[in-house]
Design a protein. Structure first.
Length: 142
């Protein structure tokens, strides 16, 4: 990541050109920043891929889509998604996001409180799933 897209301003204060970082991200999941109450994560879902059906019991999530097309399953309803769309997923809501296009589906998401390990990078969904199952992708203690 170039310094033009991400630079530190002070202790745990950073500036991001988030759209460019998300578009250039080759990884399924990359944690960019973790604070006491929230976390910024960029994701790239390959064509035909998905995040996977999940529920975050204690974490709200806001997803902003930067490029690509797909579908959002939110609380039993399916909605089309594309660049510029945003989905707010309250804690306890079943959800999934699928890439239905031919290009990668790029997005950034804000978790509140943090959902993943600080500085976690998972190249593929399989890597991310393995890290979660092994306990290596735990958020920091509150």
């Amino acid at each position: 990541m170039s310094t033009q897209q991400r630079f530190s301003i002070g202790e745990n204060v950073e500036h991001f050109t988030i759209g460019e970082l998300a578009k250039q991200n080759p990884d399924f999941r990359r944690v960019l920043w973790t604070g006491k109450h929230s976390q910024i994560v960029i994701m790239t879902i390959p064509a035909g891929g998905e995040i996977g059906e999940e529920v975050h019991e204690n974490t709200d999530q806001v997803l902003t889509f930067i490029s690509g097309t797909g579908e959002a399953d939110l609380a039993g309803q399916t909605h089309p998604i594309e660049a510029g769309d945003q989905c707010a997923v309250p804690a306890g809501t079943q959800h999934n996001f699928r890439n239905t296009g031919k290009e990668p589906l790029s997005l950034y998401t804000i978790y509140s409180p943090p959902e993943h390990a600080v500085d976690a990078v998972h190249a593929t969904k399989e890597d991310a799933d393995a890290a979660e199952q092994s306990g290596k992708d735990e958020p920091p203690a509150a």
